[in-house]
Design a protein around this ligand. Structure first.
Ligand SMILES: *[C@@H]1O[C@H](CO)[C@@H](O)[C@H](O)[C@H]1NC(C)=O
Ligand SMILES: *[C@@H]1O[C@H](CO)[C@@H](O)[C@H](O)[C@H]1NC(C)=O
Ligand SMILES: *[C@@H]1O[C@H](CO)[C@@H](O)[C@H](O)[C@H]1NC(C)=O
Ligand SMILES: *[C@@H]1O[C@H](CO)[C@@H](O)[C@H](O)[C@H]1NC(C)=O
Length: 172
């Protein structure tokens, strides 16, 4: 590749990044096959919104892909390597701050209604969700009741690689 085209790619990604809001204190998470951000989240490749998933009223909430027609989407904050979101506890309507647990290979991204330490998540360039600084490794795998669930380095058959972006606007 010519240096000039490398330069235009760099300029393109710079201008795309600067089009994004830098203050992501309260964001949605979407999955996409695209590394670079898009000012219009609807235009991200193979984009999907995500919502919390707790099919069997277990303590840990997971994140699943959600198509159009949802009621609302969870929003997140990120501090000290840990994602937080408000959600109702199983079998109740009391809302708790759910915190992500330390992400490990072969496991779903999980949230518990308790304080968490040792969080290893971050937002690269203000939008790309990483684990221990690694951008690649998120997978979409088939979970309970044929739902598509987000995991880190999922190794069951049929898992598909994805990126996870923090965005301000739902793609649909
Ligand atoms: C980001 O937004 C939050 C909430 O709106 C605000 O409290 C905070 O001051 C903002 N931070 C910056 C650096 O703009
Ligand atoms: C975002 O992209 C979608 C799909 O291409 C388009 O329908 C929509 O009008 C765009 N929204 C804005 C604000 O440009
Ligand atoms: C975030 O989600 C909570 C719980 O659904 C909601 O009450 C709150 O208004 C949302 N905040 C923003 C900024 O969308
Ligand atoms: C989640 O973590 C936050 C920040 O450490 C903490 O304030 C909150 O109490 C935790 N949630 C629960 C239900 O313990």
């Amino acid at each position: 590749m010519h240096l000039s085209s490398l330069f235009s790619i760099a300029m393109l990604s710079l201008s795309m990044t600067s089009a994004l809001p830098t203050n992501l204190t309260n964001f949605l998470l979407v999955t996409t096959s695209q590394l670079n951000p898009s000012a219009n989240t609807s235009e991200l490749k193979a984009v999907s919104a995500t919502s919390l998933f707790n099919p069997f009223h277990q303590p840990a909430l997971l994140l699943r892909l959600t198509g159009p027609g949802y009621g609302s989407l969870p929003n997140f904050t990120l501090a000290d390597g840990t994602l937080s979101t408000l959600a109702a506890a199983p079998f109740g309507s009391t809302m708790y701050t759910y915190n992500s647990t330390r992400v490990t290979a072969g496991k779903e991204l999980q949230f518990l209604a308790s304080e968490q330490t040792g969080g290893n998540l971050a937002l690269d360039d203000g939008y790309l969700l990483t684990v221990d600084g690694q951008r690649e490794g998120w997978t979409i795998c088939e979970g309970a009741l044929s739902n598509e669930v987000l995991s880190w380095r999922g190794d069951t058959s049929g898992c598909v690689n994805t990126y996870v972006h923090a965005v301000l606007k739902a793609p649909y």
